[in-house]
Design a binder for this molecule. Structure first.
Ligand code: SF4
Length: 194
């Protein structure tokens, strides 16, 4: 799949809506982080080493938009890193080993495509809650750095529900407009190589 499969003006209007959702997420995350006095300063466990899968075409295409805006030499270096991550992951999977490989977009602790990063990269770290329709509220923990520094603080409600629902609605609208079905399951390394 490549983004040239789609009508670009149509995709751009979806990107505008996606960025609005991301902006709301970032603001709400910042409010919660400020409440706790939590700031991500990087850590040994670095969440950029977690094998997160991303499931929406929109997140994939938006990341690819950022990737395509980089200089050719940078794209080529990132592709090489992404290929290495995929190779090492496959090897570890075949051997039944767990691995925590750094995301190929993480350069010296900074995200190369920070403005284009997907939803989970924006929300990870702070304790949160989520409520699926007809189900009880689910509570998720913060990351280990959060636990070390902020576990003595009172709970601040950081509800991801609205963001997931808005993204799901937008993704559905997009798939309908683009004639797509199903959902993707890609790591960042795989997105870079697609
Ligand atoms: S996309 Fe950026 S924030 Fe997300 S895991 Fe990769 S480097 Fe980290």
């Amino acid at each position: 799949m490549t983004q040239t499969s789609f009508d670009m003006p149509q995709v751009l209007s979806f990107f505008d809506q996606l960025q609005k959702i991301f902006g709301d997420m970032d603001r709400n995350y910042d409010i919660a982080a400020q409440f706790y006095g939590f700031q991500c300063r990087g850590c040994e466990e670095n969440c950029c080493r977690t094998r997160f899968y991303h499931h929406t075409y929109l997140e994939y295409l938006f990341l690819r938009k950022g990737f395509d805006s980089l200089a050719a030499s940078e794209r080529s270096a990132l592709r090489a890193q992404a290929a290495n991550v995929c190779r090492q992951t496959e090897l570890a999977d075949n051997e039944g080993r767990a691995v925590r490989l750094m995301c190929p977009l993480n350069k010296d602790g900074m995200c190369t495509l920070y403005a284009f990063r997907p939803i989970i990269c924006r929300l990870h770290g702070i304790p949160h809650e989520l409520q699926k329709p007809g189900q009880p509220v689910m509570h998720g923990p913060g990351c280990s750095a959060f636990d070390e520094r902020c576990s003595d603080k009172p709970y601040f409600k950081f509800d991801r529900t609205q963001f997931y629902f808005e993204l799901a609605r937008l993704e559905n609208d997009f798939k309908q407009a683009a004639g797509l079905s199903g959902r993707i399951k890609l790591t960042i390394a795989e997105m870079v190589l697609e």
